[in-house]
Design a binder for this molecule. Structure first.
Ligand code: FMN
Length: 344
């Protein structure tokens, strides 16, 4: 039994489950595991140490197609704070065009944290779009941002609410509300629900709200295959939903696990405040922030920035990706059937 949606059909996947990108960390092994299990794995925009994000993305794509024949996607953060965003939007589509196997399998280009226009405006992406099945989605954390994405001509939206892990918009609207807002305004636009999902009941709810799939970050961190340090994974179970707080990250508000680092980086409330703060930043300050991600990735969960969402309160074990997905699908099916049985 499967659940077929506009997103599963569009992307050619078995299950309506997508791995949320989790840069600057690596999610290449996770991508392979999620795609192999019938969902859609997504390669992250990495940025640790001195790694060149363009070369790393190419290398990660080669690895993915070596280990799976299934569809996958990738993420580029197009923020003004990302020095490589523009180059990635040119070089990665060119690279995909030149590699037949990657071109056949890479069906999903997800941009986030900045403009939805940079990728579709890049001529190499236009050429790739004409010669492949690739679809462009952008992350929309608020209705007005979804409107901008739709004007930019996206193929679909990842609608993300404030309970999710990692960077958030200043509005911090819940997934429940933003999904309904976007679906009411754009009922025809394919929508992936993101932020707070970790269970079959959550997937069933997202489908009822008009989404065609869920994207999960924290749930997949706590999997055997994810590249995160064991210490980071072991934060997830036993954490409670209230163990995360909003703090300030490179791009603005960020949801982190409540540790020393998160408490020290008090949340900012507006873009103006963030711009004023950035004006005082020197190279050392930026290096310190990047180091905080590296520390977490190396397993120093006290001094590092441990990005996690409120969904950690729903996760009680570290399992293989295939077990996680199998259970979610089974529970989602039961929840959908139960909901249908209520209709008389
Ligand atoms: C460790 C971590 C890193 C993240 N990095 C990115 C990123 O590079 N790009 C992006 O669009 N979203 C990023 N996010 C947000 C996720 O893609 C997703 O929106 C979030 O995990 C959803 O909430 P959940 O953790 O409850 O599933 C990150 C989230 C986490 C937890």
């Amino acid at each position: 039994m499967t659940i077929e949606t506009n997103i599963t059909k569009m992307l050619g996947i078995k299950h309506p489950i997508i791995a949320a990108p989790m840069g600057p960390f690596y999610t290449t092994d996770l991508t392979i595991a999620v795609s192999e299990a019938g969902g859609l794995g997504v390669i992250s925009h990495v940025g640790l140490s001195d790694a060149d994000p363009v070369e790393e993305m190419k290398k990660n794509m080669k690895t993915v197609v070596e280990y799976t024949d299934k569809p996958f996607g990738f993420n580029i953060r197009t923020s003004r704070m990302e020095p490589n965003a523009e180059m990635l939007c040119w070089e990665i589509p060119k690279f995909i065009m030149e590699n037949q196997k990657i071109r056949d399998q890479c069906v999903y280009a997800l941009t986030s944290a900045g403009s939805a226009k940079i990728l579709p405006n890049a001529p190499p992406y236009q050429k790739l779009k004409e010669n492949s099945e690739i679809k462009h989605f952008h992350v929309a954390p608020a209705l007005w941002l979804a409107e901008k994405c739709v004007s930019a001509g996206v193929d679909g939206l990842v609608v993300t609410g404030g309970e999710g892990g990692g960077h958030q918009s200043y509005e911090k609207v819940s997934t429940l509300v933003v999904l309904q807002q976007v679906h009411q305004k754009f009922p025809e636009v394919p929508m992936v629900a993101c932020g707070g999902f970790a269970t079959g009941e959550g997937l069933a709810a997202a489908l009822s709200l008009g989404a065609g799939a869920v994207a999960m970050g924290s749930r997949f961190i706590a999997s055997k295959e994810s590249e995160f340090h064991d210490t980071y994974k072991n934060v997830v179970p036993p954490a409670k939903a209230q163990d995360t707080i909003m703090a300030t990250g490179v791009f603005g508000p960020i949801r982190l696990w409540k540790n020393e680092y998160a408490r020290e980086h008090k949340p900012i409330t507006s873009k103006e405040e963030k711009l004023a703060q950035e004006a005082t930043f020197d190279v050392d300050e930026i290096a310190k922030t990047i180091r905080a991600y590296e520390l977490a990735y190396e397993g120093n969960i006290n001094d590092g920035a441990v990005l996690l969402g409120q969904s950690i309160g729903l996760i009680d074990s570290i399992e293989s990706v295939s077990d996680i997905m199998e259970r979610i699908m089974k529970d989602a099916e039961a929840a959908v059937r139960n909901a249908v049985s209520l209709v008389k």
